[in-house]
Design a protein around this ligand. Structure first.
Ligand SMILES: [Zn+2]
Length: 92
């Protein structure tokens, strides 16, 4: 048995991931890659310009950026993110 026999690609859990990622995101917790502080996404500072930048409320390092392009959004996340959604909500 090879390693490739033990896994599928992440497309196999696309529906589960979609249910999690469409939940209310401001309660997601993030651990900053620079200062190590853990804060809810809603506590981050938002700056708007050519796009949207969220910064760590403790050290100011970039937590996320959203570029708004004519045909799509480009989202970059930094640090360690954790999202929790109750299973009952996930089956809605
Ligand atoms: Zn920080």
């Amino acid at each position: 048995m090879s390693v490739s026999d033990l896994h599928l690609d992440a497309n196999a859990v696309a529906a589960t991931l979609q249910q999690i990622f469409v939940s209310e995101p401001t309660s997601a917790e993030r651990v900053c890659q620079s200062c190590g502080q853990q804060r809810a996404l809603g506590a981050h500072r938002m700056f708007r310009g050519a796009g949207i930048v969220l910064r760590c409320p403790a050290c100011g390092d970039i937590a996320a950026s959203v570029a708004v392009l004519p045909d799509r959004y480009v989202v970059r996340l930094r640090g360690t993110w954790s999202m929790t959604r109750a299973e009952a909500e996930a089956s809605d």
